[in-house]
Design a protein around this ligand. Sequence first.
Ligand SMILES: [Fe+2]
Length: 302
Amino acid sequence: MAHSNPEELTAFVIEQMQKIKEPREREIFTSLVKHLHAFVSEVHLSEAEFHKACGLIARLGQQCTPSHNEVVLMAGSLGVSSLVCLTNNGDQGKRPTTANLMGPFWRQNSPIMKSGESIVRSATPGEPVWVRVCVKDLNSKVVPNARVDVWHSSTEGLYENQDPKQAQMNLRGTFITDEEGRFEFETIKPSGYPIPINGLVGDLLKILGRHNNRPAHIHFMIFKEGYKTQFSQVYSSDDPVLDTDVQFGVTKALIGHYVRNEKLLLPSHPQGVAGWNLDFEFQIEAGAAYLPNPPVTEKKEL
Ligand SMILES: [Fe+2]
C-alpha cells in the first residue's frame, strides 16, 4: 500500500506484523513497532539524528569483545536491566525479591568448589570475608542441590576477565547447596568499582552527568531445575554510592550487612584473622530453569 502520511505508514507496518504466526513474537514485534514509531513522532527525530542513532547502535556491537560486553553495560546504564528484573520477579513489586540484574561479567563454568573453600585463586589484596549463604523457596523451604555461581571484582575494581594480572577464574566459583540449602566460602571483602567508560556508555554518562561507580557487591546465580534461574547481587550496606549506583541495581532486599570479626577463623587462617562475616538468604521462585548466553566468554590477556 502506498502511504502518504506518518499515520498511514505506522498503521501499515503494524498490519504487516499481524502476519507473524508465533503469538508471542507477534505481540513483541507489534508493540515494538508501535513504541518505536511513537518515539520518532514524539521527539520529531531528524534525519541527522536518526543516522547518528543507527551509527551508535552499530558501534555498541562493535565495542563488544569476548572479554567485554558494551550492550549489557548500556542496558544497565539506562535502567532497562533492572526494569526487566523487577517486571519478572517479586510479583511486580508486590513482595521483595532477591533477584537482580545479571551484569556484564558472568562467565560460565567457573570451578566447582566444596563448601568452605576459598575463591581467591591468586594474590589479591583485601580483607578476608566468610560468606554463609542459604537458598530457600517462597514458602521458606530450603532448596538443596542448587548450583550457585559466585563472582565479584577485586579491590582494584576489576573482574578477572578484565585483569591479566589475576589468575583465571579468580574470585569466581560454583557451589552446590547442601541438604539445608546452605554453603559457605572464603573470599575478600569487595569494594565498589568504576564501570568502563572508554566506549559509548562513557559518552552517555557524560551527557547525564552521572558518575560511573557501582557500590561493592558480590554476584550470585542460582540454578536448579523446577525453579526460575535467579541472578542476584548482594550490596555492601557501608558503600558510599549505594544510592547512586550507575547501573540502577540496588534494591532494599539486596543490601547485605558485613559484621566485623576481629578473630575470624578461616581455612587460610586457622589461628584467626581480622575480617568480616556476611550471611545472606536467597528466595527462589518455582518456574523454568534456563541459562542465558554468558555476556563474556574469555579473559583479557596481557
Ligand atoms: Fe559486578
